[in-house]
Design a protein around this ligand. Structure first.
Ligand code: AMP
Length: 190
């Protein structure tokens, strides 16, 4: 299996790039943000809980996120590999992911990170907010809080994967197609 973690701050392009490469490599795409939004739309108890955090740009608590994530992975194990988009976001989540992969006799092939300037992230998210209908894209202070959460809790994961020689940083600025080419080059080298 080729299991890839796409990494980077909100607005870096993880979701966009995941959609492009999933078919090319026949991988199953899991976006924890999408799973939460699906639950919110369907008014499930998970959705009601997650919404309180998401609307403010905060992370949903680890216990809730990890349990939900494990369930989604377990029900899609018959694929060539996964693209993880938006997970892990904390060290506990990264450890839970390694544990889950190991217990299925596989591992994380790479964390591929999109490097993008904050000012570009903010303008991308504001633009997306014009059509996404997402509460967390609708207001600059919530967007800034999401980026702050990333630097406070998530960016540290770069070190976690670097120590295991599994970290690859790529330039995520410029055109979508340019980033896709850089991304494919890394995936092909794995
Ligand atoms: P995203 O669609 O990846 O931008 O995620 C939107 C929101 O969903 C985040 O701001 C968090 O509130 C929540 N979320 C998504 N993935 C996670 C995660 N792995 N851990 C905690 N919260 C998450």
């Amino acid at each position: 299996m080729k299991n890839i973690v796409l990494f980077g701050p909100p607005g870096a392009g993880k979701g966009t790039q995941a959609e492009i490469i999933k078919d090319a490599y026949n991988l199953f795409h899991i976006s924890t943000g999408d799973v939460f939004r699906y639950n919110i739309k369907n008014n499930t108890s998970l959705g009601i809980l997650a919404k309180q955090y998401m609307d403010k740009g905060e992370l949903v608590p680890d216990e809730v996120t990890i349990e939900m994530f494990n369930e989604v992975v377990a029900s899609n194990l018959d694929c060539n590999g996964f693209i993880f988009d938006g997970f892990p976001r904390t060290t506990s989540q990264a450890m839970a992911l390694d544990h889950l992969m190991n217990s299925n006799n596989t591992n994380i092939s790479a964390m591929i990170a999109f490097e993008v300037e904050d000012s570009i992230l903010i303008s991308r998210l504001i633009k997306r907010g014009e059509t996404s209908g997402r509460v967390d894209d609708s207001n600059e202070s919530i967007i800034k809080n999401r980026i702050k959460e990333y630097y406070k809790k998530t960016a540290i994961l770069k070190e976690y994967y670097q120590k295991q020689d599994r970290y690859y940083g790529i330039n995520g600025e410029g055109k979508i197609e340019e980033t896709s080419i850089r991304l494919r080059k890394v995936i092909d080298s794995l």
